[in-house]
Structures are given as structure tokens and as C-alpha cells.
Ligand binder design. Structure first.
Ligand code: FAD
Length: 366
């Protein structure tokens, strides 16, 4: 059980900015996301596409915006101890380098403790006790689309993400990438051009049900060039069965367009068929909903539950726009409302980062 001022559900762009705004107001926050890296839709759906309408940032990609938000929130993201003496057990913080960013786990439960605080439980059984909760869950928890073959869900050599940095488990081995869209083709191009031996596969096969891809023309052309050069093998067909032994997929049975079956042996399977958001457990937490969105008060962004706020794409109110800018405004308003509610005796003065010694101290700047 970790005690904290606030829990932020979702490490998308709005959840990250929420941590920053809470930090400015002196509130410590822990943020939890089911994905293995922060960034929400920006990283899961459009990491390399340009965004043109974030104030003061004329152009940046989804991944660049996430990096900027993490850099901005850095004063409030303490680094995890190197030899992680994390009492919550191995992997408690997912692949996150931050002590208060917990990745790879879904928030499953939200319940009121006897003392009025909120108990937040994750799918890994971790618990946080917080005075305020900020639901920044976007369109829901992003769950990768799988191949729907028995045995794949528990296999240790099936992957859905390519971590941006560090050694990869498939280095020097045969990787089959499944999919025919932007995600799959971008992974094939980046793995084929990987120069780091700790990340580079020995062999790459692209598995898709048709010869035609549904991807950007540049990606399509890049992958076809790799296939023509013999650096990537193309396997066209439908996987109908997985041969699994000791929780390891050894090969897939492929039904070819000419109706013949053949095996596709592999060392690792990287499924890149996109993500589908699942609202999941948050519909059971007792918040007022409207068309699967959380209803909020636009002065505070509080939900129908006290000290539970909803910000970003997950909320609804008259005139709601699902834009980054709107989510950032909502996170700012919600942080101020929570600070006032949690400190009823002390007046909340509006301070500027440019001139306030207190805010500059919190930011760690001279
Ligand atoms: C293709 C595309 C292009 C876009 N371009 C623009 C643009 O140019 N300008 C613009 O302003 N907006 C754009 N948007 C919209 C913008 O990306 C969203 O408004 C923004 O991502 C919303 O941020 P968020 O943090 O609220 O939600 P999200 O980005 O959806 O993040 C929510 C996070 O919460 C996590 N989560 C949800 N439920 C749980 C749970 N129970 N437990 C753990 N984790 C959970 C999810 O896994 C996710 O990571 C675009 C969207 C798309 C799809």
C-alpha cells in the first residue's frame, strides 16, 4: 500500500500534464497505465505523425510531445532507485524509470476507504491510498489486438510493443511480425535497419493475410524494397493454429491463399495489429456516465464522486472537444480544485511560474 496525495489513472498526455500541475501545487501523484510506456494515444496510435495545434509548439510528433511532457514533469517524477529496492516487488513499476509511474498494469478497482480516502487497486495487486483521484483514461485502457489463437495469451515469446530503448529479447533470433498496417510495417522497417546487436534480429518475416498492405505509401514502399533485397521475408496467409510448448510458441500453422497449409517456425512473434481501447472496470466505479464518458462539473472537473476528477478524452460536458489543448486546460482546473478541496483552511492564491519563489523552488530552478 502506497500513501499519496493523488493517483492519476492513465499516463497519456493529459495524465502526464496532470502530474505536472499537481506537482506545482505541492501535491504528490502516482500515475498508472496499462501500456508499457507513457504517451497514451500519442504513442500508441500516432507516434510519428505531426501535431500542429499545441500552443507554443508549432510542430511535433506524438512521441516528441510525450518526451516534452515527461521533461516538463521531471521535477515531479523521482527516479527509481538503481538497484530497485522496491518493497512492492519485482516489476512493480513496469518498465518505468520513475518511482511514481507504474506501467503495464490496469487500474482495476476504485473504492472508498473508511477514512474517506480512495483506494486504487491495479491488475498486479498493487494498492495506493490517495486523497484525490484523477481519471485521465482517454478512450479506455489500450489493449493490443491479438491473433486469437489458443495458447498465445500465456506464451513468453509473444510481444505487442517494441520498447524504444534497451536490449530486445529477440536480438540475434528469428522474429515474425504479424500485421499489414502502419504499425506492423513501421516495426519491420525499424527492426530491419537496427544497428545495435542487442536489438537486431537475425531474421525477419512479415506475416500478413494478403499481399496488399494498409499503410502509408512510404512505409509500403520501404517494406517492399526490404523484401526485394531479401532482408525481410513475406509470408502471405492466415495463421490457424499455434504450436506451443512450455509457454513458448514454436511455430504457426499458416493457411495460404491457395488453400494449402504450411508451418512458419519462429523464435519470437511480434503482433502489431493495432490497439483497441477498452473502458473496462471504470464503468463499475459509481461515477455518473453519459454515453460511456464521465460527466464532470466544468468549474472543477470533479465527477459525481467527491475528490475524483476526470480530465481529457474520458470526460464529457456541453461543448466538449477531444483535443490536447482542452485536456491540458481541464488538468489545470482539476489540480486547482483538488488543492482547494484538500486544504480547506488555506487560501489558494494563483501563482505564476515566472515570478513565484515557491513554484520555482518546487520546479528546482534558481
Ligand atoms: C490519429 C490521431 C491524431 C490526433 N491528432 C491530434 C491533434 O493533432 N491535435 C490534438 O489536439 N489532438 C489530436 N488527437 C487527439 C489526442 O490524441 C487526444 O485528445 C489525447 O490523446 C487525449 O489524451 P488523454 O491523456 O486524455 O487520453 P489518451 O491519450 O487516450 O491516454 C489515456 C491513457 O489511459 C490509459 N488507461 C485507460 N484506462 C486505464 C486503466 N483502467 N488502467 C490503466 N491505464 C488506463 C490508456 O492505456 C492510455 O494510455 C489525435 C488523436 C488521434 C487518434
Amino acid at each position: 500500500m502506497t500513501d499519496t496525495d493523488a493517483v492519476v489513472i492513465g499516463a497519456g498526455p493529459v495524465g502526464l500534464f496532470q502530474v505536472f500541475q499537481l506537482g506545482l501545487l505541492g501535491l504528490r501523484a502516482h500515475v498508472i497505465d496499462v501500456l508499457p510506456e507513457p504517451g497514451g494515444q500519442c504513442v500508441a496510435l500516432y507516434p510519428d505523425k505531426p501535431i500542429y495545434d499545441v500552443p507554443g509548439v508549432p510542430r511535433c510528433t506524438g512521441r516528441e510531445l510525450t518526451r516534452l511532457l515527461l521533461t516538463q514533469a521531471q521535477p515531479f517524477l523521482p527516479a527509481l532507485a538503481p538497484a530497485s529496492t522496491d518493497a512492492r516487488g519485482p516489476g512493480a513499476s513496469g518498465s518505468s524509470p520513475y518511482a511514481n509511474v507504474h506501467l503495464g498494469q490496469q487500474v482495476a478497482g476504485l473504492a472508498r476507504a473508511e477514512d474517506g480516502r480512495w483506494l486504487v487497486t491495479s491488475s498486479r495487486g498493487l494498492q495506493w491510498r490517495a486523497r484525490a483521484v484523477f481519471v485521465a483514461a482517454g478512450a479506455g485502457a489500450f489493449v493490443p489486438r491479438s491473433l486469437n489463437l489458443p495458447g498465445l495469451q500465456d506464451a513468453g515469446n509473444v510481444h505487442f510493443h517494441v520498447p524504444e530503448a534497451g536490449a530486445l529479447p529477440w536480438a540475434g533470433q528469428h522474429v515474425v511480425v504479424a500485421g499489414g498496417g502502419d504499425e506492423a510495417l513501421a516495426s519491420v522497417v525499424s527492426l530491419a535497419n537496427e544497428t545495435d546487436p542487442a536489438r537486431r534480429p537475425a531474421r525477419l518475416t512479415l506475416l500478413h493475410r494478403r499481399e496488399v498492405f494498409q499503410a502509408e505509401p512510404e512505409l509500403d514502399a520501404a517494406v517492399r524494397a526490404l523484401i526485394a533485397e531479401g532482408r525481410v521475408a513475406l509470408c502471405v496467409g492466415m495463421p490457424t493454429e499455434a504450436q506451443v510448448a512450455k509457454a513458448t510458441v514454436e511455430s504457426l500453422a499458416i493457411l495460404s491463399p491457395d488453400e494449402t497449409h504450411h508451418p512458419l517456425p519462429l523464435d519470437h512473434l511480434l503482433v502489431r495489429q493495432g490497439m483497441s481501447p477498452k473502458l473496462g472496470p471504470l464503468t463499475d466505479w459509481g461515477m455518473a456516465l453519459e454515453r460511456k464518458q464521465i460527466v464532470v462539473d466544468t468549474g472543477t472537473f470533479e465527477t459525481s464522486l467527491p475528490q475524483v476528477y476526470a480530465v481529457g478524452d474520458i470526460n464529457t460536458y456541453p461543448g466538449k472537444k477531444r483535443l490536447l489543448l482542452c485536456g491540458f486546460h481541464e488538468a489545470t482546473m482539476a489540480a486547482h480544485a483538488a488543492a482547494a478541496a484538500l486544504n480547506p483552511g488555506s487560501p489558494q492564491h494563483l501563482l505564476y511560474t515566472t515570478t513565484s519563489p515557491l513554484l520555482r523552488e518546487r520546479l528546482g530552478v534558481a
